[in-house]
Ligand binder design. Sequence first.
Ligand code: SF4
Length: 271
Amino acid sequence: MKVDFREAKSIITKSNIPSIDYVINPYTGCQHGCIYCYAEFMIRFTGHKGDKWGQFLDIKTFDLNKIKPQKYSGKVILLSSVTDPYLPLEKKYQNTRKILERLIGTEAEISILTKSKLVVRDIDLFKKFKNIRVGISINTLDENFARIIERAASKPLDRLEAIKQISEAGIETYIFISPFFPEITDFRAIIEESKGYATRFSFENLNFRPHNVPRIIKVIKQHYPELLSKYKQIQKDQGYWDILEHEIKAHCEEMNLNFEIEFHHGGFSKS
Ligand code: SF4
């Protein structure tokens, strides 16, 4: 892992994501190295041409005094969109913790999203926010498959245990079932495991993009060869997601869950 330090002009930036006003990415790059990651485009914008996603990390340096908690009243702030706020190196550099400490007192809605059990370290801080929700993303309970597709993230059951602890501390929690791997992601099993402590569930489908297709297909070929033709078909035909969306909706309604489905429709992105 190539580790560097880079000064960030601003650590809280405006977001292009619908329903999110601001994003905080305390690092550039991501140690988790998920095979499907949609943030890999960051290589081009951050002077990392030639580097491989998952093999570099810039620790952002910034002026903490420039963070003004009152500036974000009524806004939604997400940590994080193109990195994970609780990477292994967060233990050492604590950028996420320092930013959260500085934001205490804000009237913003803070949304934390991670794949790391390290998130429990900050329960003491989460308790100091008026409006905060903490979530994990997960798409399988199978430790071996998770290791293949998200090699440096916490084990799925450890992520769920972290959310359980956060919920028991009185903090609102959510489970982001993402990205949904056709015929592999058992959403019912994940819900069953976590429904006792997660406040909300959301779902996102797997988005095939030119940079991640070869990696996804390689993994399916090696570990689920019987699904290969199905995956190739789903790349061309959105019908699978429509059917799945109905299934998820029916199940969540039957279970009386608080949920939202954030499936991308209308073809696979070529950008
Ligand atoms: S944790 Fe998120 S940002 Fe990091 S590699 Fe995985 S998908 Fe990408």
